[in-house]
Design a protein around this ligand. Structure first.
Ligand SMILES: [Zn+2]
Ligand SMILES: [Zn+2]
Ligand SMILES: [Zn+2]
Length: 168
């Protein structure tokens, strides 16, 4: 599995984030190109806001930040459309429980449904880890109930290692 050589799920606090951001932007450019689509300037700017950290960020906050940078009020619909395109490419995921978005730093295919999402409730860092067996069990349980699952999201909240080690 490719994850074996990947970076740890949770980034080291104070790490140099520039390579993370660069990799995400490159992955996005490749993903759009592979589908014959474009990483438009707006999509790129939205992605830069989402991927600027390992935190989840709400659409409203993205809109606010971009509006400040552009010195012009942007239409919420443009931000939502850009987010939809980025979600579709799998370079951004939605943290459903917080109605927020975070950049994918764990390449795992287009839809990313086979990873559980870990969200730190103190520092707001979000990471993903592969847990294929858990999803197989969920699928089996759903099918056992005569239900055809189309999408499974598992979000776990708690404390990341650095927050757990830090004094409260
Ligand atoms: Zn980083
Ligand atoms: Zn992901
Ligand atoms: Zn934390």
């Amino acid at each position: 599995m490719r994850r074996a050589q990947a970076a740890p799920a949770f980034p080291t606090p104070g790490h140099d984030h520039a390579p993370c951001l660069k990799e995400t932007l490159q992955r996005a450019a490749d993903a759009f190109e592979a589908r014959g689509l474009k990483l438009t300037p707006l999509r790129q700017r939205v992605l830069e806001e989402v991927a600027g950290s390992h935190h989840a960020i709400g659409a409203y906050e993205i809109l606010e930040r971009l509006s400040q940078k552009e010195r012009a009020r942007m239409a919420p619909i443009s931000v939502y459309r850009a987010l939809d395109a980025l979600l579709e490419m799998g370079v951004v995921h939605r943290l459903e429980s917080r109605n927020a978005y975070f950049a994918c730093h764990a390449p795992h295919g287009k839809h990313g449904t086979r990873q559980i999402i870990l969200a730190c409730e103190r520092c707001a860092t979000v990471a993903e880890v592969a847990t294929p067996a858990a999803f197989d069990e969920i699928d089996a349980a759903a099918r056992g109930a005569g239900f055809g699952p189309t999408r499974v999201m598992v979000e776990v909240t708690g404390l990341c290692a650095s927050c757990a080690a830090a004094p409260a």
